[in-house]
Design a protein around this ligand. Sequence first.
Ligand code: GTP
Ligand code: K
Ligand code: MG
Length: 365
Amino acid sequence: MGILEKIAEIEKEMSRTQKNKATEYHIGLLKAKLARYRTMLLEPSSKSGGKGEGFDVMKSGDARVAMIGFPSVGKSTFLSKATETRSESANYEFTTLTCIPGKIHYKGANIQLLDLPGIIEGAAQGKGRGRQVIAVAKTADLILMMLDASKGEKQKELLEKELESVGIRLNSRKPNIYFKVKKGGGISFNATCKLTHLNEKLVYVILHDYKIHNAEVLVREDCTVDEFIDVILGNRKYIKCLYCYNKIDQISLEEVDRLAREPNSVVCSCEMDLNMDYLIEKIWTTLDLLRVYTKRRGEYPDFEGGLILRNNSTIEHVCHHIHRTLVDDFKYALVWGTSAKHQPQRVGLNHVVETEDVIQIVKKI
Ligand SMILES: Nc1nc2c(ncn2[C@@H]2O[C@H](COP(=O)(O)OP(=O)(O)OP(=O)(O)O)[C@@H](O)[C@H]2O)c(=O)[nH]1
Ligand SMILES: [K+]
Ligand SMILES: [Mg+2]
């Protein structure tokens, strides 16, 4: 039996045990056991159950939002308010021990919101359930960083550092560098713009340090050294982040005003229901989802339905949305809308669609 199951069992037994003088000792024992199992789960070295237990949540819906934050900042409170799923909230740390999914329905989109255990400094090294939490964060389209408004700045810095240390890059996009390791020919270095941080020699030195002696490098924007290294390593995750300052009922109006003006930030109070609609709206806009419409030959587009897609989706994504095997029968697509050069444009699977495009898929016969 896994630790989570043992915990669930004890909790069940506690709830069905009547509290009175006669059961006092029994309940005390259950409490002690519960505390021990919870501690085991949070210890990085715990063999049994420490791994990924409770984190294997299927991706579903049009986008995934993962809540990252220190313990007791109000993550579970938000999940319970914004979705139909209940997640226990309480005023002690590590109330949540697993990944709990909920659904936000908004403007026709189905957004998966994940409640996660709190993380603390050292999470990336495995403190608490940090490693598992961060692994889930890496799969998200948006990280909702929940902060306690009264301790926000410090928490924000620490969490950013934790995420940075495992290769997550928040609110930045992949540097515009073409980089390809070759079999021979040495290193060819070119830039299409003026570089103020990088130069040919530096690039050579860094590549040699990574034991790369043959490669093609084409720098298309004024990147920093760190950005260049990110490209060499190639395993970076570029994820959007929305900072949510919760518990604004605890701070002064001046402070609320100041936090609300920070970039990519929302202020709210999940408990007092302050600014919740705006927070959800902001999640939606930050996700930057797009809607396209499909049509059949000779018919009008279905403007009622429409498909919700992630930004930068292609015709191939559209096909997958319509039917899993449609790609196999795909011949070409006709596209009307802003992504088309002329109306309609005949395109292939790699064509990147834009919001409000109308698409007709033509199949092989
Ligand atoms: N004052 C105030 N308290 C809040 C607010 N939102 C949540 N809380 C309280 O903060 C405490 C922690 O809330 P949780 O939702 O359990 O926090 P969490 O981030 O899920 O905590 P862990 O699962 O332990 O990481 C609870 O006592 C909540 O009632 C808020 O907007 N204002
Ligand atoms: K809590
Ligand atoms: Mg929680």
